[in-house]
Design a protein around this ligand. Structure first.
Ligand SMILES: Cc1ncc(COP(=O)(O)O)c(C=O)c1O
Length: 400
């Protein structure tokens, strides 16, 4: 009898973490490696947030909290949804978890029965299908296209729906493509869902605040209020406030679902770290100018990277509206021979050869369900990005 559970055969380790690990190993061997694999801002957490955490420790806020989070934070989140998204939730419709990741897990765990289907547009964040698999569900992956900036077309959504569909996972701006949907683009999708009253929307709004050049952000329940009773609107402080290590994510939705998620969390981790919750209260209620400053920096980096990649032989890089990722196609290099003599047959070959030849670590698109592409995170200095893109141009020029 095998000791490890059968479910492990259905779960893949994270490709993004594997790339970061390989880059670290090469660096340890003395190689000059630029890692563009990270999914976190390179800025420090703002001082006012750190100070709020220190004050919470000094006040003795160091004990268990209610499972769904301290009322002060749940109220600040309800207020955030009202102020920024035009969504009115009672604070008891809000749950706080240990990162956005736990919120997503809770939602799938609380709703999926064996065979239930979850629509996840490709390219997708690597964790969605793995979480669905762990919870016994089946993922369905409608494809998107580079010429649509990797946004799901309504007819592709319609075609993916079956009698078993339980959720659509919607992620805008997207990890890995950076694509963000306009109000009209969201409406075209919510119109489809209005014709299918049993399907719920799990909207992952984690990158909400990272949209560029005047793009106006919208979330599905705001665009189609008729869907609010079957939407879980998920968000967090990790990306917007450079708080990835604090592990605070949250969501609001119908009370029955939030209650079910709370039941799961009560037997798993209980409430998130008390100190992090107080830090998140400050993030959401304190000064917000940090976000605008970072946005301006990210926007400059995005423009630099898109422009340099489009000058590389065989690469095509659309300009994404948000997040801190670009998702260029390397289709023009498939079939060519890398400097090592190896023929590049897949995007995984492309990223492996690039890392070996030039010491630039990126993540292959097939890990995100759509290739031949690769993902670059531009959450690093302009200097490192310029050097990395110069090396990518040289590598592509050397593939014959
Ligand atoms: C699209 C998306 N959703 C959720 C998360 C998870 O966020 P957290 O770090 O708060 O768990 C990430 C983190 O990479 C992400 O990219």
């Amino acid at each position: 009898m095998a000791f490890l559970a059968d479910i492990l055969s259905r779960v893949q380790p994270s490709a993004t973490i594997a790339v970061a690990q390989k880059a670290r190993e090469l660096k340890a061997q003395g190689r000059d490696v630029i890692s563009l694999g990270a999914g976190e801002p390179d800025f420090d957490t703002p001082d006012n947030i750190k100070d709020a955490a220190k004050a919470a420790i000094d006040r003795g806020e160091t004990k268990y909290t209610p499972v769904a989070g301290i009322p002060e934070l749940r109220k600040a989140i309800a207020e955030k949804f009202s102020r920024e998204n035009g969504l009115d939730y009672d604070w008891q419709q809000v749950i706080v978890g240990t990162g956005g990741k736990q919120i997503l897990f809770n939602a799938f765990m609380a709703t999926l029965n064996p065979g239930d289907e979850v629509i996840i547009p490709a390219p997708y964040w690597v964790s969605y299908p793995e979480m669905v698999a762990i919870c016994g569900g089946e993922s369905v992956f409608p494809e998107t296209h580079l010429e649509d900036n990797f946004k799901l077309r309504p007819e592709a959504l319609e075609a993916a729906i079956t009698g078993k569909t339980k959720w659509l996972v919607f992620n805008s701006p997207s990890n890995p493509s950076g694509a963000a949907y306009t109000k009209d683009e969201i409406k075209a999708l919510t119109d489809v869902l209005m014709r299918h009253p049993n399907i719920w929307v799990l909207t992952d709004d984690m990158y909400e605040h990272l949209v560029y050049r005047g793009f106006v952000y919208h979330t599905p329940a705001q665009v189609e209020p008729g869907l609010k009773d079957r939407t879980l609107t998920m968000n967090g402080v990790s990306k917007a406030y450079s708080m990835t290590g604090w592990r605070i994510g949250y969501a609001a939705g119908p009370k029955s679902l939030v209650k079910a998620m709370e039941t799961i969390q009560s037997q798993q981790t209980s409430g998130p770290a008390s100190i992090s919750q107080w830090a998140a209260v400050e993030a959401l209620t304190g000064p917000q100018d940090f976000i605008e400053k970072n946005k301006a920096i990210f926007q400059g980096r995005r423009d630099l990277v898109v422009s340099m990649l489009n000058q590389a032989n065989g690469l095509t890089c659309p300009t994404p509206e948000g997040a801190f990722y670009v998702y260029p196609s390397c289709a023009g290099l498939i079939g060519k021979t890398a400097p090592s003599g190896k023929v590049i047959e897949t995007d995984e070959d492309f990223v492996t050869e690039l890392l070996d030849a030039e010491g630039v670590a990126v993540v292959h698109g097939s890990a995100f369900g759509l290739g031949p592409n690769f993902r670059i995170s531009y959450a690093t200095s302009e200097e490192a990005l310029t050097e990395a893109c110069t090396r990518i141009q040289r590598f592509c020029g050397n593939c014959k």
